[in-house]
Write a protein that binds this ligand. Structure first.
Ligand code: SAM
Length: 264
């Protein structure tokens, strides 16, 4: 990330910080309860420890992987090398978000999760340890293999189904082969067109009660536009912008469409 990009993101974050609301700004009972019981619940859960122990171990790993980059970092699918510890530092969602995913899965009693972007398996592990079966897609075979080992080391292999390939090819296949997802987490290829396309591909497969999570919604102007397009889609009845991620609901029971920006 260039200094210019970092400065632009910091500016957006400051704007978000001052404009985002808390429980007093929320009049929707669904969102109020979600805020109170899930977003603001920072109590420790024993399931967090093994995942964070793994993170500590990998952050001191000297292992180097050959990387196939199919995402927003490259337009060519170029291959290069990266240290495992750098992948963990830069690509894995921080504990605060992994643990939020854990609580969301438990709160929604989500059984089936679809994840785009396994990377080293941190978000996968949090969601699988919360009790869901996670169907997760990763384009780089070496990263997927490393994630498989990480997931196995946590004893979670039985709850994770890994798919290796480009989201563009794998997503329709996975959607057709899995039960309707309760949660969809889109965390890879952070570009406008593919993000909107993945959303549209998922829509016919989700339930009224499903929650879709989009990562890095303010990362670039393109991702801002993708987020606005998703928010404006007629099927979308509720969105919650937490800056680094956005939650999307399509439940028609939410009669009045609402878009929240909440502090997290
Ligand atoms: C930000 S990382 C995922 C992090 C992970 N969800 C976590 O929190 O631990 C995104 C991953 O998506 C993969 N990816 C990006 N674009 C892709 C594409 N078009 N097809 C398949 N995989 C892709 C990258 O290789 C990378 O490992």
């Amino acid at each position: 990330m260039s200094l210019q990009h970092q400065a632009a993101l910091a500016k957006k974050y400051i704007r978000y910080y001052f404009k985002s609301g808390n429980r007093h700004d929320v009049h929707s009972p669904f969102v109020y309860t979600l805020l109170d019981e899930v977003l603001n619940d920072r109590a420790f859960r024993p399931a967090y420890t093994p995942v964070e122990d793994l993170r500590k171990r990998l952050l001191s790993s000297d292992e180097v992987l050959q990387i196939t980059d199919l995402g927003a970092g490259s337009l060519t699918g170029a291959t290069n090398t990266r240290k495992v510890r750098d992948i963990v530092r830069h690509a894995a969602k921080p504990p605060k978000f992994g643990q939020l995913f854990y609580r969301l899965i438990q709160y929604f009693q989500a059984h089936q999760v679809l994840e785009l972007g396994t990377s080293m398996g941190f978000s996968t592990a949090y969601m699988a340890s919360a009790g869901a079966t996670v169907h997760t897609i990763e384009g780089c075979p070496n990263i997927a293999a490393a994630a498989g080992k990480n997931i196995a080391s946590l004893g979670l292999s039985g709850a994770v189904q890994q798919y290796i390939g480009n989201f563009d090819d794998e997503l329709p296949r996975v959607l057709n082969g899995m039960p309707a997802p309760d949660v969809v987490y889109i965390d890879g290829n952070h570009r406008e067109e593919p993000t909107v396309r993945y959303f549209l591909e998922c829509l016919p497969h989700v339930k009224a009660t499903s929650c879709l999570i989009f990562d890095d919604i303010h990362w670039t102007d393109g991702m801002e536009r993708a987020w606005e397009t998703i928010k404006a889609h007629p099927s979308v009845t509720l969105t919650i912008d937490l800056f680094f991620i956005g939650l999307v609901f399509v439940n028609p029971d939410f009669k009045v469409k609402q878009d929240f920006v909440l502090k997290f």
